[in-house]
Design a protein around this ligand. Structure first.
Ligand SMILES: [Zn+2]
Length: 78
């Protein structure tokens, strides 16, 4: 009876630690995914060809520009 109790106790500890490990592993995975996302969100200026972050870019008529000056310059060319 005492051995059964110890066995169940060890089983419980292993189960709890295993769950904690899996949760930590999953959180780490999610963090690495969100950390790499900004790198993937790079866009190229339609005028000068420079690469910049999508949130810093100006999008007009499905064209992406690095600054307002290049957006206007591109419009004047047309
Ligand atoms: Zn530009």
């Amino acid at each position: 009876m005492n051995r059964t109790f110890i066995f169940l106790l060890i089983l419980g500890i292993v189960w709890v630690l295993g769950r904690k490990y899996l949760i930590a592993l999953r959180q780490k995975k999610n963090q690495s995914v969100s950390a790499t996302q900004p790198i993937e969100m790079m866009v190229q200026c339609a005028f000068c060809g420079v690469y910049l972050l999508k949130q810093e870019a100006i999008t007009v008529d499905q064209k992406v520009f690095c600054c307002e000056a290049h957006q206007q310059a591109s419009r004047e060319q047309q």
